[in-house]
Design a protein around this ligand. Structure first.
Ligand code: DCP
Ligand code: MG
Length: 357
């Protein structure tokens, strides 16, 4: 089934936050970053309002150059604590529209709205509703890109900015991507762009789509396959929700208190088995295992163990849980309850943003 993916990206985020708490700044060139010290300052521009961009100010530009281009600008140091607070409110609104959301940095998020979008005439109405809610509640504008995958959605959100809404239907994907520069693709940074442009004469995404896949493969390895697919509008990477506090757990109270550890371990196996099925069904990885044990006198203990990396391995879960239970073997009291829990869940592994360049 075709997916419907949104990419939501706030407009001039840090600068817009500053305007929010000081409305006098509205409509003015606001530049967030290092102190320009009248052109002698070091450091760079983090972002700037769209008014400042008219003067050529850009993110990442040396602050001295920005000052030269726009001396009348209002220069402010970033206040990350404030931006994080606003970001949390934005993400809360986005979460209410889809459980499947993947946040990138403070001001971007992917949403998989495949399930909920059928309640609207077209995906566009749902995106507009989200934009309206963010604007009504927070007085901030964002741009939303809609596509059948993350790659297209992300490119679409930057297509019309600020306050944009770009919907690329599945059959428009190729014609939408074709004329764009290769560095619009997630993961194509300056280094890869240089190789593509200078070595291979590949400039647009169409050039890339028409380039022999085997050659891309030889030059870039795994990334060659990725580039070839993306250029043809294929990107199956899921929107990955990082579930920080969620967990999967269960517990059982024995009909009669027991003191036989063989039975305890057998019960543990059953619990792990059941939860592991749920884990796989939801495409989760876990990084932490917790057990709970309650004795006949109601004294209750929990123990947990954190793994170095996330996994979905059942054997590991069982081994760790058994290990955690061991210390209670010598306790003479009978056992009333046993619990097991997977915590620190994540959906698959978060690799895409850092894989290349
Ligand atoms: N940022 C930064 N340094 C950069 C790029 C960005 O510190 N080189 C920070 C400031 C931005 C925020 O991250 O406000 C979000 O980055 P975006 O690329 O989304 O840029 P903006 O939201 O500022 O502008 P746009 O309207 O283009 O999204
Ligand atoms: Mg942004």
């Amino acid at each position: 089934m075709e997916r419907v993916i949104f990419h939501v990206d706030m407009d001039a985020f840090y600068a817009s936050c500053e305007v929010l708490r000081n409305p006098d700044l509205a409509g003015k060139p606001v530049i967030i970053g290092a102190d320009p010290k009248e052109g002698k300052g070091r450091g760079v521009v983090a972002t700037s309002s769209y008014e400042a961009r008219k003067f050529g100010v850009r993110s990442g530009m040396p602050i001295s150059r920005a000052y030269f281009a726009c001396p009348q600008g209002i220069y402010l140091r970033p206040d990350f604590k404030f931006y994080r607070e606003i970001s949390a409110k934005i993400m809360e609104i986005l979460r209410s529209y889809s459980e499947i959301g993947e946040q990138w940095g403070l001001d971007e998020s992917f949403l998989d709205v495949t399930d909920s979008v059928s309640n609207y005439p077209t995906p566009r109405e749902l995106a507009q509703k989200i934009k309206d809610e963010i604007y009504t509640k927070l007085k901030l504008t964002c741009s939303i890109g809609i596509g059948p995958n993350k790659q297209v959605a992300k490119i679409a959100s930057s297509y019309q900015k600020p306050n944009g809404l770009t919907y690329v239907t599945p059959d428009q994907v190729r014609s939408f991507l074709d004329p764009l520069s290769v560095d619009e693709i997630i993961g194509v940074g300056p280094k890869t762009k240089k190789v593509l442009n200078e070595k291979l004469q590949i400039f647009t995404i169409a050039d890339l789509a028409n380039y022999p896949a085997e050659k891309l493969n030889t030059i870039f390895g795994k990334m060659g396959v990725y580039l070839h697919n993306v250029a043809r509008g294929i990107d199956n990477s899921p929107v990955q929700q990082i579930y920080k506090r969620k967990s999967l757990g269960t517990e059982i109270t024995f009909e009669e208190d027991i003191d036989n550890f063989e039975t305890i371990y057998k019960t543990l196996e059953l619990l792990v088995d059941k939860l592991h099925k749920m884990l796989l069904r939801n495409n989760f990885f876990y990084q932490n295992i917790a057990i709970k044990i309650r004795f006949e006198n109601f004294s209750t203990f929990t123990r947990q163990h954190r793994l170095k990396t996330p996994t979905n391995d059942k054997k590991v879960a069982l081994q760790v849980a058994k290990q955690l239970l061991k210390e209670f073997e010598s306790n003479p009291k009978k056992i009333r309850l046993l619990g097991f829990r997977f915590t620190e869940l994540s959906k698959a592994k978060f690799v895409q943003k850092t894989l290349f360049d």
